[in-house]
Design a binder for this molecule. Structure first.
Ligand code: 5GP
Length: 169
């Protein structure tokens, strides 16, 4: 498989540290719950929380919108739900990439009705060009063009999630 590095490991690590510092400042005293959207966010989430210093909790949910290919099916399904109650909690949803915005809107809808105090998004990658539905993104790492990328948690057919950088397929 041919791939070309789009964002180096060093750039990612520096940016993740900046995001962690912003989150620390904005959520001081709020004990947020960081919700990783599986599977793509697991590496970003792991690096992000290890760079944060404020008290926080971590939980996960799993959704699927790609069936192994390189484009969204447009149908988002909940595969596994949160394990904690988020009522009156400050929830920060951690995504690997926001593309069409369909997944994030689905998550907003299902978690919004559970009455969290706040519900915000942090995504490592943002493909604004591809947006079909608006997403209120509070923090993002990098804006990228409309290209399919892999690495740092992102897969192609479940492979390449272990690459330390982001590459163009
Ligand atoms: P959306 O619902 O915003 O279109 O897409 C969100 C999900 O689609 C992401 O969480 C990710 O799983 C997948 N996705 C979107 N773009 C890419 C990409 O360039 N590469 C990979 N590997 N997955 C992507």
């Amino acid at each position: 498989m041919q791939s070309e590095i789009l964002i180096s490991e060093e750039k990612i690590q520096n940016r993740v540290a900046e995001l962690a510092a912003h989150i620390d400042k904005d959520y001081e005293g709020k004990s947020p719950i960081l919700v990783g959207v599986l599977k793509g966010s697991f590496i970003f989430l792991a690096d992000l929380v290890r760079k944060m210093t404020i008290p926080h909790q971590v939980d996960f949910l799993t959704v699927a919108s790609y069936d192994g290919g390189v484009s969204s099916t447009g149908v988002v399904r909940l595969i596994s739900d949160l394990s904690v109650n988020i009522e009156n909690r400050n929830v920060l949803i951690v995504e690997d990439i926001i593309d069409t915005g369909l997944t994030s809107n689905y998550i907003l809808k299902i978690l919004g009705v559970r009455n969290p105090s706040s519900l915000e998004f942090v995504t490592l990658l943002n493909k604004t060009e591809c947006r079909k539905l608006e997403v209120p993104i509070k923090y993002y790492g990098f804006e990228i063009p409309d290209q399919f990328v892999i690495g740092y948690g992102l897969d192609y057919n479940q492979f390449y999630r272990n690459l330390p950088h982001i590459a163009r397929l």
